[in-house]
Design a protein around this ligand. Structure first.
Ligand code: ACO
Length: 331
């Protein structure tokens, strides 16, 4: 049968998330580095974050989030045609995190691969899923945004260790008759790769006694530069995605931005002239969970009744690369 992409629409049929039980508060961090609850709250908005126990893999959190999303969508694991794991902190370099999740949940009919777009990975993966559903290749695509970034944090570096947490969020993308994903915008600018990076542990600088000594396996960030580019990237992506969808700002019921820093979110709201009450924020509880950030926030916004049927919802993410994206949906 000839495929007519214009005839199909894709939308999110179910979501779920999973975070570790262990809570690390700002007060706990005060005992580890030279920082204060007041500094962390006023500069970032974060009060606590979840940290996985040693021995936990990103795929463990991802699998739990995936099971919950499938249950909400009313699907069985064998109904999944494609599983995309958006992560930059897979359990190990090989096999992929997606294959580990596939095995854990029993999605035996799925193709599976990882997608690396750092903190922007969830929106990137939703866009990829949308293409496969729209062109008719797969009926149900399971997107998992999962990161266990605590494994890459230097817990003696106060400029980064207060910002991040572990978590996973998942979404089932399937065909919908109306609404669903209306538009998306993805962007990247590799010129800024040095601003947020993990230098060692890859093909160029494999792990060695030297890379460990130099702390090359930890995340390094130029905070204030990333801050400015995050605001610019997300504002631009949201405006372009709204224009593409033909949706006015005033029609949007809920904006879910990447949960990195309350001040970044406030600056995005200000530039967009968007009411703060319509922006969903949960970073106070989880910190920045990288590719899980928007995924978890979407779950909690739904649980909190912030999104109702037919509402227009906007997601926007930003991360290392630099990469960014935005998506407009009708729920
Ligand atoms: N506790 C106390 N003091 C601190 C801490 C801390 N945890 N961290 C830094 N400081 C100090 C600095 O040493 C500096 O001191 P100095 O003036 O004596 O040199 C001072 O606080 C100010 O530091 P700045 O870096 O200028 O502080 P800023 O207001 O820019 O806030 C922050 C830093 C929170 C990192 C901010 O720049 C930010 O949020 N940037 C964006 C980070 C981000 O979102 N990254 C992720 C996006 S992409 C992704 O998710 C992977």
């Amino acid at each position: 049968m000839p495929i007519d992409p214009a005839a199909r629409r894709a939308g999110i049929m179910g979501v779920g998330f999973s975070v570790p039980e262990k809570v690390l508060t700002n007060r706990d961090l005060e005992k580890m580095v030279d920082t204060s609850d007041e500094w962390i709250r006023s500069r970032t908005g974060i009060a606590e974050r979840r940290i996985a126990e040693k021995g936990t893999g990103t795929s463990d959190l991802g699998a739990e989030a995936a099971r919950r999303a499938l249950a909400q969508a009313g699907l069985k694991p064998e109904h999944v045609g494609l599983l995309i794991a958006a992560t930059t902190t897979a359990d190990m370099p090989l096999p992929s995190c997606a294959c580990l999740i596939q095995e854990k949940i029993g999605a035996k009919n799925a193709a599976a691969f990882d997608l690396g777009a750092a903190c922007a990975g969830y929106v990137y993966a939703l866009v990829v899923a949308e293409q496969f559903v729209k062109n008719g290749v797969y009926k149900n695509v399971l997107v998992v945004g999962a990161d266990l970034i605590s494994s890459y944090i230097d817990w003696t570096d106060r400029s980064t260790c207060v910002l991040f947490g572990d978590g996973a969020g998942a979404a089932v993308v399937s065909e919908v008759k109306t609404g669903g994903i209306l538009s998306s915008v993805l962007g990247s600018d590799g010129r800024y790769g040095d601003l947020l990076k993990i230098c060692a542990g890859g093909s160029k600088r494999p792990a060695s006694a030297e890379t460990v000594r130099e702390k090359g396996h930890y995340l390094q960030m130029s905070g204030s530069e990333v801050f400015k580019l995050a605001v610019r990237g997300m504002v631009d992506a949201v405006l372009r995605a709204l224009a593409k969808a033909g949706v006015k700002k005033e029609e949007v019921a809920c904006l879910i931005p990447h949960q990195a820093n309350q001040r970044i979110i406030d600056a995005v709201a200000e530039r967009l002239e968007f009411p703060k009450e319509k922006i969903f924020v949960n970073l106070q509880k989880y910190g920045n969970t990288s590719s899980a950030s928007c995924a978890i926030a979407l779950c909690e916004a739904l649980e909190a009744g912030k999104i109702r049927k037919k509402d227009k919802v906007v997601l926007t993410t930003f991360g290392s690369g630099l990469v960014w994206g935005a998506m407009v949906m009708e729920w």
